[in-house]
Design a protein around this ligand. Structure first.
Ligand code: MN3
Length: 390
């Protein structure tokens, strides 16, 4: 008997995760069908992807690109929509079983909520969604009996270690961090870091935002917050360990002291495929790890005195309320300003810290409070960026 293919929606199909997800689907076309593709403004790539994968519908957020996409796909019988609102609506299509959320930043929040409300499984690649509103998202998923499968490699590692252990409490988790391209650098050396240097990650090939976040250790900070919500942990149960080779992707320690780690060569296709294929492990031809090529796997403490963002994330978790939402919005503005060469590399953490002090604290935020916090933070962050430039 032929099994029904899993219908996949990819939100953010033009990005690094989105294109790798399509590689996974191309290699497993007997298992998956693409039902929806969405992009922000990459019209040409969207057209090419749509013609190859024949989704039911596509959405382009940028309205100015709509006509071009619509003209190109008309004869292929693919529905074309535009605007942010359309993304949230399109995810509820019947043919969709799982929604891969691979867009960047705060923009992921609303469509993720819509997908959960429509009862779709979530393959979560947009960590900002849980950072901004982890409590609301996890509660919504519980209410709608929706599973959230992590795509972030560290969280996928933890999820894989937990398979078969659902009844056994976690004592602690260790998120591994490569340390980024500036591991071991002193503050003085970091003053002059250029955008080009920061965009070179030693182990992972990723989008610009996450590559900068990796260089500042903000990415690991966001992942700490993401882990808290995904696995229902207390802040004290989460630790970060620098592991420059990026072979061990994270570790779970159970109450008997036993530790399970998931390892392999760093390749985002593996966690993407695991999230889409769960609970099955689909055969892959990704390169295999060879122990003899890595005679030493090493571990060290994260340098949070130099890379302050990681501490800011722990601080945000301790303080709770809307603080992580503030940190996320501040950081999105800070990274964009750095990429435009308006502020320096070290200014990113300065800007983040300053916003966390200035933005008005809300102890028990509602969805509307998060929207207000995000807006308010971006205004303050832009002002702070201007002050830092002068
Ligand atoms: Mn990661």
């Amino acid at each position: 008997m032929e099994e029904k293919k899993k219908g996949v929606a990819i939100l953010g199909s033009s990005g690094s995760i989105g294109t790798q997800a399509l590689d996974v689907i191309r290699a497993n076309s007997d298992r998956f069908s693409v039902e929806l593709l969405t992009v922000n403004k990459s019209a040409d790539l969207l057209i090419k992807q749509a013609i190859e994968f024949k989704p039911n519908a596509v959405v382009i957020a940028s309205e100015s690109e709509y006509q071009k996409v619509s003209d190109a796909l008309f004869s292929h019988g693919i529905k074309v929509y535009c605007g942010e609102e359309a993304i949230a609506q399109a995810v509820s299509q019947h043919s969709i079983d799982i929604v891969l959320t691979a867009m960047v930043g705060y923009a992921g929040l609303k469509p993720t909520m819509a997908a959960i409300e429509a009862g779709k499984s979530i393959a979560l690649a947009n960590k900002e969604t849980l950072v901004v509103a982890g409590e609301i998202i996890t509660e919504l998923a519980r209410k709608n009996a929706v599973n959230i499968y992590p795509v972030d490699s560290e969280h996928s590692a933890i999820f894989q270690c937990l398979a078969g252990e659902w009844e056994n409490p976690i004592e602690k988790i260790y998120l591994t961090a490569s340390g980024g391209p500036f591991r071991g650098w002193a503050t003085k050396e970091l003053e002059k870091v250029t955008v080009e240097q920061a965009l070179k990650h030693p182990n992972w090939d990723m989008g610009a935002k996450i590559t900068i976040d990796s260089a500042t250790l903000m990415n690991k900070g966001l992942e700490v917050i993401e882990a808290k919500w995904l696995f229902g942990l207390k802040t004290e149960q989460i630790d970060v360990i620098v592991h420059p080779q990026s072979i061990i992707h994270s570790v779970v320690q159970f109450e008997d002291g036993s530790m399970k780690a998931q390892m392999g060569l760093p390749d985002m296709k593996l966690p993407i495929q695991y999230a889409l294929g769960y609970p099955e492990r689909l055969k892959s031809y990704f390169p295999r790890f060879n122990f003899l090529k890595y005679p030493s796997l090493t571990f060290e403490k994260a340098d949070t005195a130099t890379f302050k963002n990681l501490d800011l994330a722990f601080h945000a978790l301790h303080k709770g309320g809307n603080t992580a939402c503030v940190l996320n919005a501040a950081n999105e503005v800070a990274v964009a300003s750095f990429l435009k060469k308006k502020i320096s590399f070290l200014d990113i953490a300065r800007l983040n810290e300053s916003c966390m002090e200035k933005v008005h604290f809300v102890q028990k935020p509602t969805y509307e409070d998060y929207m207000t916090t995000d807006k308010e933070t971006r205004i303050i962050a832009h002002e702070t960026a201007l002050q830092l430039q002068s």
